[in-house]
Write a protein of this length. Structure first.
Length: 405
């Protein structure tokens, strides 16, 4: 091979020239290479209207069929896939050194969980709408109770672990048992409805490893995103994987707010759309001639959208357009609020919920782009849905009060 062939011999720059290529293609991560080795599709985009419509291919390692989902902005932050559990069949037993949560899109069945040396397997049943977590590095498999395929959506911390360790065998064949995260107690997967404040922000939280139906479960009042908004954070199997379940009343929409990438919104009930735009485009991108920077995704159950699909902070705003309430779940991986870099104890505000005139990033209805309200009301009219947005909320300086105030 010639001495000067690319990648063979490094030459020190001459004079004042800079070393290196200057521009380069982002290299594939160990997790990217792992996904490619699995032989199933990899879906990459800002979102998808319904995960049920994604193409599935046979998945030798897991069993059944599946596809990986890596929405823009989640690269390296958390992983996702949709998989089919064969009718009257089961997934292959597996364990892994990363966290996993599972939402049941379609079907009915059970999950078996166990550790090496256990005398019995822990078994619990699930249905459409169920949400549960697999304990770290516990053996598990999903069993379909019907003759039709079941469909699950899974979120994992696999990219975080694989990109650090860079050894697939260590991730899937480590013998360490996390007995502190899976006791094997008979009530381990018993639903817990008790609400407590989360230790960081004081928001409603449920310590439970299993929720039978997150589409219809009760949610406590929150009011931070829109009047009457309800929300809870499930804390499952000691995970760092952060998520919440929230619901906007019909005929109302969320205030826009900005934060960095990681969050993915998943529609559970109703239908609607999300607008997202880079924070540099300002509070009123349509009015300021920057509408070309705004991205939109329409979705219904079970559609997904990346709230911040690029670098830096993005504004995003969610709109329910159906006659029923608009329910979402948001998955962040191990990137929960309060985990931003900084010294312990440093004062930090809940900036995504605080209005811009309070030092936060939420855009009050009175300051938002006029295009948003006009389009929303026109959309509701086409759907035969009545707008329940109070005109007083749009008056300059208006502070929206909750229905409970």
């Amino acid at each position: 091979m010639p001495h000067d062939a690319p990648g063979v011999h490094w030459h020190e720059p001459t004079g004042t020239k800079r070393a290196g290529y200057g521009k380069f293609g982002r290299p594939k991560t160990p997790y990217d290479l792992f996904m490619e080795s699995e032989g199933i599709p990899i879906f990459r985009d800002i979102g998808v209207r319904r995960v049920q419509d994604l193409p599935l291919q046979p998945w030798k390692r897991l069993g059944g069929r599946g596809t990986y989902i890596q929405l823009y902005g989640t690269e390296g932050k958390w992983g996702c896939y949709v998989a089919e559990v064969p009718g009257a069949g089961a997934t292959n037993p597996e364990r892994h050194m990363f966290e996993k949560i599972i939402y049941v899109v379609e079907g009915r069945g059970s999950t078996e969980v166990w550790l090496d040396g256990d005398t019995k397997r822990h078994i619990f049943e699930w249905q459409k709408g169920s949400l549960f977590s697999i304990p770290m590095n516990a053996w598990h498999r999903l069993v379909n109770a019907t003759s039709s395929p079941a469909l699950i959506l899974a979120g994992t911390t696999a990219p975080n672990v694989m990109n650090l360790i860079n050894n697939t065998d260590a991730v899937f064949n480590c013998p360490y048992q996390f007995r502190d995260r899976f006791s094997g107690a008979d009530d381990f997967y018993k639903p817990n409805d008790n609400i407590e404040p989360d230790p960081v922000r004081g928001l409603a939280m449920r310590r439970t490893n299993f929720i039978p139906d997150i589409v219809n479960c009760d949610l406590p009042l929150d009011n931070r995103r829109s009047p009457g908004y309800r929300r809870v954070e499930p804390f499952m199997t000691g995970n760092t994987f952060y998520l919440w379940i929230g619901q906007h009343e019909n005929g109302r929409y969320s205030k826009a707010h900005a934060h960095t990438s990681a969050a993915v919104l998943i529609c559970l009930k109703g239908k609607g759309y999300t607008y997202t735009w880079p924070e540099r485009a300002g509070l009123t991108p349509w009015k300021d001639g920057r509408a070309d920077l705004v991205k939109r995704v329409d979705y219904e159950p079970v559609g997904m959208v990346s709230a911040a699909p690029g670098g830096a902070r993005w504004c995003h705003q969610h709109f329910g357009t159906s006659k029923e309430s608009f329910r979402l779940t948001a998955w962040f991986g191990p990137n929960s609020p309060g985990r931003e870099p900084g010294p312990p104890g440093e004062q930090h505000i809940d900036y995504g919920a605080m209005d811009v005139d309070e030092g936060g990033t939420a855009i009050p209805y009175s300051m938002e782009d006029p295009f948003i309200r006009k389009e929303y009301e026109a959309t509701l009219a086409r759907e035969g849905v009545q707008s329940r947005m109070d005109p007083d909320w749009y008056k300059p300086g208006a502070k929206v009060k909750s229905a409970a105030d």
